[in-house]
Design a protein around this ligand. Structure first.
Ligand SMILES: [Fe+2]
Length: 650
């Protein structure tokens, strides 16, 4: 019998970066705050990675333009950009007639971490106001915020919608000033090409300080203004990703980016059926598969974003088009190991149970459970409520159409809710979703950014409101869940090992197979290496065979990798030991880090534990202390490797 299980080790290595500042004279003639009369609608967008941003804007003149960038610390006393400020050329085209003028976008590349930058757009002598954004550590933990359907204009009162949207941005970023991305759930505006609604959407300067990751909704799709305003990285604009299969007068495209170990894939869910003219869901499924196959290894998390929620609870929950997506998407997302799906469109907050292949993954998961463990294929789906207050939809009732696939049946554990939802909430108040990305968990929470009080356009215009501001005020949490990821590659084996029948040999991870986190490596005083320690997740071996045959468990690691960076697994050593005696088990010999002896460390298979012929029957638990020691030439990063465990028995 030969079995392979795998689990992961992670270590953070740190090196010291030296920055050199050179003082520069400020002899620029251009006043810093001369606001261009030709530039408007500036928005900071997400780039292809954490070292990039994309800036998009409108111009009334069709001239060559740029974005100019400099570290804020280098600006002069009156905000003058330094002589060595970097410029990036813009490209663009003429806007459609109803928009007028021209659009421009430019990609800022080569940003450094933990730096505040100032930027302006336009051309020499005609620069926009300067805006600022900051980068943070390019590795490790971070938070991002997700906003549902601002849909400016939906209430019928653009000014009130703008007030609510601006307030949600203010409230959420005051509470989370270090949030690194603002992720859109789609429907920026009510009417695709109405520029007055776009101006209201873009009114807050927060959209020039934090990168917006655009998502296209059904209200954005019907014109070109969405693409004119929101340029996105790595965007596939093939006609398959346009609902009408053309894209001449509509917006569309699927895109992806990797931000600090998260692969984000953003889909134009307006295209769902080939009968519309485009490639429909099949094209999206192929796109997601291709992007994850090509870029999944560059990240530790996969987050999908699209507009039309497939597991919602209000007016759109039973829509025929969503039933199609609900059949087309889930099995692929489960198979590809997607961690989180963020959606909008139904203007209600929902958090799904972990869904595997279109059905509840674990029938025992309880409504509102605060910790969930994603087994193989478990995916969390979240629907954001309105971030602006322009429109809310009330929760609807389940029907008798079943509890899997396209069904909208009732949850057996909470019959007033849909079978797929762990949490449903509608109070007619604004909220946003905060996601904390941590080394070995995602924390997803829905946070109120408003109450029944203004700004709340729908309620101001007569809608009821059930929020109690005294107990559920601004900043309070509607729902919070911690998702623990699944670590197995050989997924069917890793979790589905059953209790052993008599007369078998086998082994399993003892407890939850969480990430083996070696923490941040420490630099040693007066030495040229870093080190980190940890322990493997204990392994339980059971041998009840009557033959009393020998067995051995051994393991090895590959190189530690972080995207394109890596260092040798030979630097990892270990000292195995018996946690619980039994089954004749003896611990394997210690293996030193290759840093100490020039050896191969755990890059070569080493014995964790073994038992000789004639050993006693029973079980044992084996552990090992891990010791990592590697040269200080390794670049900063958040490195992972996989420990592959092999059992041999005869
Ligand atoms: Fe929508």
């Amino acid at each position: 019998m030969r079995t392979n299980h795998r689990h992961r080790l992670a270590v953070s290595a740190t090196t010291v970066f030296l920055g050199v500042s050179v003082a520069l004279g400020s002899g620029l003639a251009t006043p810093a705050f001369a606001d261009s009369t030709t530039v408007s609608a500036v928005i900071l967008g997400v780039g292809a990675n954490e070292a990039q941003r994309i800036v998009t804007w409108y111009s009334t003149v069709d001239v060559a333009q740029q974005v100019q960038v400099a570290p804020t610390a280098k600006l002069g006393a009156n905000g003058e950009f330094p002589a060595d400020a970097v410029t990036f050329a813009a490209t663009g085209a003429a806007n459609i007639a109803t928009s007028g003028g021209f659009n421009r976008h430019s990609t800022i590349t080569g940003l450094q971490e933990n730096t505040s930058y100032s930027y302006r757009v336009g051309s020499a002598g005609d620069w926009s106001t300067a805006y600022a954004f900051s980068t943070q550590d390019f590795e490790g933990d971070y938070d991002f915020l997700f906003y549902g359907d601002p849909q400016i204009g939906a209430s019928g009162n653009v000014a009130k919608d703008q007030a609510g949207w601006t307030d949600t941005l203010d409230v959420s970023l005051t509470a989370n000033p270090k949030a690194e991305l603002l992720v859109s759930g789609g429907d920026q505006v009510e009417t695709a090409n109405t520029e007055s609604q776009w101006n209201a959407f873009l009114a807050s300067d927060k959209l020039r300080q934090y990168p917006w990751a655009a998502t296209i909704g059904n209200h954005d799709v019907g014109g070109k203004a969405y693409e004119q305003h929101l340029y996105t990285p790595n965007t596939d604009r093939s006609t398959a990703y346009y609902a009408d299969g053309k894209g001449t007068a509509t917006s569309g495209g699927d895109y992806w980016y990797v931000y600090k170990d998260t692969l984000f894939i953003d889909l134009n869910s307006n295209s769902y059926a080939t009968s519309q003219g485009g490639g429909g869901d099949a094209a999206h499924v192929a796109y997601v598969t291709d992007v994850i196959n090509k870029h999944g290894s560059e990240a530790k998390w996969t987050v999908l974003v699209y507009h039309h929620s497939i597991y919602s609870a209000a007016s759109h929950a039973k829509d025929a088009d969503n039933k199609v997506r609900r059949v087309d998407f889930p099995a692929t997302f489960s198979k590809l190991g997607v961690d989180l799906v963020l959606q909008g469109h139904d203007h209600v907050y929902t958090r799904s149970y972990l869904i595997k292949n279109g059905a509840k993954a674990n029938p025992d998961e309880q409504p509102g459970q605060s910790e969930v463990f994603a087994g193989p294929g478990g995916v969390l789906y979240v629907t954001a409520n309105s971030a602006s207050g322009s429109k809310y939809y009330d929760i609807t009732t389940p029907d008798s159409s079943g509890t899997s696939g396209a069904g909208n049946g009732a949850d057996p554990l909470k019959p007033e809710d849909y079978w797929y939802n762990s949490v449903q909430n509608q109070e007619h108040v604004r909220s946003y979703v905060k996601v904390q990305v941590r080394n070995d968990k995602l924390v997803v929470e829905d946070v109120r950014s408003g109450t029944c009080a203004a700004p709340n356009a729908s309620v101001e215009l007569g809608l009821s409101c059930s929020n109690d501001a005294a107990t559920k005020g601004v900043g309070t949490v509607v729902d919070k869940v911690t998702v623990h990821p699944y670590h197995g590659d050989n997924q069917d084996i890793q979790v589905n090992v059953p209790a052993l029948a008599p007369g078998e040999f086998g082994w399993t991870i003892d407890g939850q197979n969480g990430l083996v986190d070696l923490g941040t490596a420490a630099q040693q005083k007066d030495a040229f290496f870093l080190s980190a320690d940890g322990k493997i997740n204990p392994i339980k071996v059971t041998d009840s065979r009557r033959t009393l045959s020998p067995w051995a468990l051994s393991a090895s690691v590959g190189d530690f990798a972080d995207a394109a960076k890596s260092f040798s697994g030979a630097y990892l050593g270990w000292s195995p030991y018996l946690v619980t005696k039994g089954a004749g088990a003896t611990a394997g010999s210690a293996v030193a880090s290759g840093y100490d002896n020039g050896g191969k460390g755990l890059s070569e298979s080493a014995v964790l534990g073994s038992a000789a012929q004639g050993h006693a029957r029973g079980s044992a638990v084996l552990g090992a202390d891990l010791g990592l020691k590697f040269p200080d030439s390794v670049d900063k990063g958040n490195y992972r490797t996989t420990l592959t465990i092999t059992a041999l028995s005869s």
